[in-house]
Design a protein around this ligand. Structure first.
Ligand code: DAH
Length: 339
């Protein structure tokens, strides 16, 4: 009996040591200590022994059971720790791993172009001013030499809020607001939103952006205007870009011009973009009308100035070869191209 118990215990300890999972260990335990386990069977067989041997044999079986139970418990603990460690290792997330960022946003093409235009003029010493989008009739028209009966008022279909308050239809309002506050010399640009009662199509939108420019000082001439706009065109389109000044009319400038740049698609030979002319119109400009200077308390006999106003969408469309709808639809596939 003693030998039998020792043999069983030794073989069981070997199996416990070799067990690699808690499942295997449980099976071994059931096989030895379970209801029909080998050691349980020995215990049951005690009754077949002669009476005087039973206490000794019973003691041996119980010692063996205690020893094995301790060995099982110890091994359970070891296997449990190993399994938890393996699970943690397999589920580990390396938060230090170096991977490219996804979905980093980018500037809208309009903002990109606006920033570049602003940077260009700031590098020439211009200040940047802001002015209200909700304006009075005075700043949008009257002060800009466009009285109520002026035919130019029909050209711009303005959103009126009441008889005197409107959504500005041009950033030229910024000229008046600046000249009221700042004494010459003045060199400013004023970017912002403007509103006109137009439907959205490839070239129109009820809301769009303009950048206004104004220079007022002694001895400012049309040559200064031409020089700066020519530099601007070369900076923006390409070194070989040419500008063309066509006589035009705006109430707030005299003389007035419309400025074209040579087409950056066909370089002057004529294409669909420039409608076969080789030229693309980019802005309106001129020498500040004497009446406008007077309205702002600046003596037109002492000071002269030039002004210009450009459509930001127009420039953006020329640079990126897009159109008004693409710019305002905000289709993510379109916007992602500008990363
Ligand atoms: N405000 C004009 C428009 O919206 C553009 C413009 C033309 C602005 C001539 C100027 C200028 O400053 O001198 O059509």
């Amino acid at each position: 009996m003693k030998q039998q118990i020792e043999k069983l215990t030794a073989s069981c300890i070997r199996q416990i040591k070799a067990a690699s999972t808690r499942k295997v260990l449980t099976d071994i335990k059931v096989g030895v200590l379970g209801k029909s386990g080998e050691l349980t069977a020995l215990l049951r067989n005690l009754k077949d022994l002669p009476c005087e041997q039973r206490p000794e044999a019973g003691k041996l079986v119980n010692e063996a059971r205690e020893k094995l139970e301790a060995a099982f418990a110890e091994k359970f603990e070891v296997l449990h720790k190993e399994e938890v460690a393996a699970k943690l290792a397999s589920e580990r997330i390396d938060i230090t791993i170096d991977r490219p960022y996804h979905d980093v946003g980018c500037l809208h093409p309009l903002n990109k172009v606006k920033n570049e235009i602003v940077d260009f003029f700031v590098s020439l010493g211009f200040i940047v001013t802001d002015s209200p989008e909700i304006e009075t009739d005075y700043y949008n028209f009257e002060a800009l030499n466009t009285p109520a009966d002026h035919p130019a008022r029909d050209v711009q279909d303005t959103f009126y809020i009441n008889d005197h308050i409107l959504l500005r239809s041009q950033t030229s309002t910024g000229q008046i607001r600046t000249m009221e506050k700042v004494k010459p010399p003045i060199k400013m640009i004023s970017p912002g939103r403007v509103y006109r009662a137009d439907d959205l199509d490839a070239t129109h939108s009820p809301m769009f952006h303009q950048i206004e420019g104004l220079v007022v000082d002694k001895h400012i001439t049309m040559c200064d205007l031409k020089g700066i706009l020519d530099m601007f065109a070369k900076h923006f389109f390409d070194e070989k870009c040419k500008t063309r000044f066509r006589p035009s009319y705006f109430p707030f400038t005299e003389p007035s011009v419309e400025v074209d740049v040579s087409c950056n698609h066909c370089h002057g030979s004529g294409c669909r973009v420039c409608k076969g002319t080789g030229w693309i119109e980019i802005l309106g400009a001129g020498m500040v009308n004497r009446n406008v200077l007077t309205n702002c308390g600046i003596n037109p006999d002492e000071y002269t100035g030039f002004a210009f106003g450009m459509g930001l969408e127009r420039i953006t469309n020329i640079i990126y070869k897009t159109d008004m709808r693409a710019i305002f639809e905000n289709d993510i596939r379109f916007l992602k191209q500008f990363k």
